[in-house]
Design a protein around this ligand. Sequence first.
Ligand code: NAP
Length: 291
Amino acid sequence: MLFERIALIGFGLIGSSLARVVRRDGLARHIAVCARTRQTLDTAVKLGLADSVSLDCLDAVEGADLVMLCTPLSAYGEIAAAMAPRLKKGCIVSDVGSVKQVVLSDVGEHLPDGVHLVPGHPVAGTEHSGPEAGFAELFEGRWCILTPAADADQGAVDRVAELWRRAGMMIEVMDAPHHDQVLAITSHLPHLIAYTIVGTATDLEEDLQKEVVKFAAGGFRDFTRIAASDPVMWRDICLTNQDAVLEMLGRFSEDLTALRRAVRRGDGGTLEDWFARTRAIRRGVIDAKQA
Ligand code: NAP
């Protein structure tokens, strides 16, 4: 057992998947769940994943030695301000958000002395949302990135790392700005590209649109899966990682222009070199067992 009482604030894909791991492996004596709607709390109880439920995060965090924020990023500031008075001394506050600098500002500023902040990002997910979409194996073999401040309590960092290790994750520690830059290219930009392509396809004339769906296996299908991701979550990611996302979008536009020029000029050499280089990257992803 790693914790006496874990409070999960937000109980969707990620929160409920973590609860499944905690239950399966007996990692906490008590799981307190907080969500926005009664329906989600009822589901948590029905799934046997909650020992107590509340619409008020103050009740959930009472006596918790770990509070894990699993809501959209835009809710963090308000939740942190609301729960701060009830956090016990020595409590660890962590999160699963996809952008990390914002946690240090939005959450960190509200926490009282003696409470340890250890921001984290389990880099694992699906395009599905909600408590019933969760599953314990979601995290297996994936990376969890922790971004504690330089002066963070090492014992608290180790305990959060151990929780994710028990979920089957590999741990990497880095600073928050670096995390946000890396994820901008590996996750945020690909999602924006997918949203763009699928958006472009839906703007086509009706007869062409039908053909797009019919022949989706030609490549379009993979983009539709990514572009089905939660709109609120992705709005928040774009807004909270604005600088890094804009930087990567800028680079992408430049490369797209170069590719366009090569196509227009019939420059097969450039195209082939380009495609050969990117094919090698795919091999690297497979070798790293991240495919
Ligand atoms: P989700 O399935 O949409 O679940 C979000 C949960 O947050 C819901 O239970 C919702 O409650 C709750 N919530 C929203 N606002 C709240 C508030 N003010 N107070 C209390 N609860 C609130 O989302 P998710 O996919 O699990 O994502 C959660 C976090 O994980 C996000 O920050 C995201 O960046 C990060 N993340 C996601 C993925 C992914 O692939 N999905 C991967 C890694 C990290 P109700 O159900 O009652 O509305």
